[in-house]
Each structure stands twice: as structure tokens, then as C-alpha cells.
Design a protein around this ligand. Structure first.
Ligand code: NAD
Length: 206
């Protein structure tokens, strides 16, 4: 039931899913209402009701949703049940931390491997994930049909890595390097700049 979902709804759905999965599996949680979810997450309950109705038909007046069904519906909508392969280019401080983080699996993402130009880093493993030479990136992505890449190389190398990713068939890039990347329109680039986020946060206190 893919209705017109707003980006805001899309951003809230993983939050609902996380919360529902965190609930203890006991008789008190067999059903859950949009109001209870809204209260737990400090959100507007009309908004939550609308969000849930856009991905699940399971809601019943006075009863709410069967929790497990709702988890299934949101997960299916987000495609989190089908694991999507992701690679990381640049296995330094940040790339290493991302490779070591197991939480991506909860969102249907599977970090398959890291790639680095440093010969001392390529050939190692982090958290059971192999790190290869960047020269192997293209062949790996083609073989594994990887469509998502994360860039954690220095600013000076980011465009070159972006170009390699695009030529490898990657169509979505999360870029941590503080640089504006140029890519074909068909490629989605999401820039993650922690410094800007922090600066914006600090503005709220001034
Ligand atoms: P880092 O220097 O620790 O790691 C960068 C890695 O990229 C190194 O292992 C290096 O060998 C590799 N590399 C360099 N050129 C490459 C190339 N052409 N191909 C493949 N690998 C290459 O840097 P970091 O601290 O992990 O930061 C990575 C990026 O993320 C930078 O652009 C940085 O500005 C940005 N960033 C970092 C942080 C942070 O907290 N560390 C926060 C926000 C953004």
C-alpha cells in the first residue's frame, strides 16, 4: 500500500520500527495504539496515526495495531527485510567506526566491505568485514551488485572516489567528506557534515 509518503513520514518510520522492536515481548504489548507510540516518542498523535495508516491497514479503533503485524508492515514498506549491500571507501577513523557498528543491520543494510588505498589497511578485517584495496572496488561492486557507497576519505580524494563509485554502478552515496561532489543526476548524494550539524545545534543555545 505505497501511498504518497512525505520525506518527513519516511524519516519517522524507522523511529517507530525501532521503538516497536524495543518493546518487551509480553502480553501487555500484543497490541499498540498510535497514541501510545506518540506518547512514548513525544510526537503528535494525529501525525503518528497518519504515518502508520499510510503503511499499514492493521489499525482498529480502540484496539490499535497488532504490534508484530505493524513491525512487519513498516519493515516491509521500508524494504528492511531485504538486506541491501553497502561498501565504505576510506577506512580511517570514521570508516573504521562505521565498519565496526553493527546497528545498520536493523535497517536492512549490510556493510559488506571497506576499501582503502593504504597497503597496511587493505587486506585487514574490521568486525569480520574485509578491507580491500581501492583498486578492487569496481569489480567487487559489480560482482555483488552494490548500489550504495559511503565516502569517508579525505576531502582531496572524495571526488575521485565518487567517480569510481559511479562507474561501479553505485547509485546512492553517503558522503562524509566536506566537499561538494559532482555526479550524474541519476545518483543520489547525501552529505553528512557533522560540523554543520553541530554548528546548527550550537546556534540554538545562543
Ligand atoms: P582518516 O584520515 O582517519 O581516514 C581517511 C582514510 O582514507 C585513510 O585510511 C586513507 O588511507 C584513506 N584514503 C585516502 N585517500 C584514499 C583514496 N583515494 N582511496 C581510498 N582510500 C583513501 O580520516 P577520518 O577522520 O576518518 O575522516 C574521513 C572523512 O570524513 C574526511 O573527509 C573528514 O573530513 C570526514 N569527517 C570526519 C569526521 C571524524 O569525526 N573523523 C567527522 C566528520 C567528517
Amino acid at each position: 500500500m505505497r501511498k504518497n509518503i512525505t520525506p518527513q513520514t519516511l524519516q519517522r518510520l524507522p523511529m517507530y520500527l525501532n521503538y516497536l522492536k524495543s518493546l518487551p515481548k509480553n502480553s501487555g504489548n500484543v497490541n499498540i495504539s498510535a497514541t501510545a507510540i506518540a506518547e512514548a516518542l513525544n510526537l503528535n498523535d494525529v501525525q503518528v496515526r497518519k504515518d502508520l495508516a499510510s503503511v499499514s491497514r492493521g489499525g482498529k479503533p480502540k484496539v490499535g495495531y497488532v504490534t508484530e503485524e505493524l513491525i512487519g508492515d513498516i519493515g516491509q514498506f521500508l524494504g528492511f527485510e531485504n538486506k541491501t549491500g553497502v561498501i565504505i571507501a576510506g577506512v580511517g577513523n570514521l570508516g573504521r567506526a562505521l565498519l565496526a557498528f553493527d546497528g545498520f543491520g536493523d535497517y536492512g543494510l549490510n556493510i559488506l566491505a571497506g576499501f582503502d588505498e593504504n597497503k597496511d589497511i587493505a587486506g585487514t578485517e574490521i568486525n569480520g568485514k574485509p578491507v580491500f584495496s581501492v583498486s578492487e572496488l569496481k569489480a567487487f561492486c559489480k560482482k555483488e551488485n552494490v548500489k550504495i557507497g559511503i565516502i569517508t576519505v579525505p576531502e582531496s580524494a572524495a571526488q575521485e572516489i565518487c567517480d569510481i563509485m559511479v562507474s561501479s554502478g553505485i547509485t546512492a552515496i553517503m558522503n562524509f567528506a566536506p566537499v561538494h561532489l559532482i555526479a550524474p543526476e541519476s545518483v543520489t548524494i547525501k552529505n553528512e557534515n557533522m560540523a554543520i550539524s553541530l554548528a546548527m545545534l550550537s546556534r540554538n543555545f545562543q
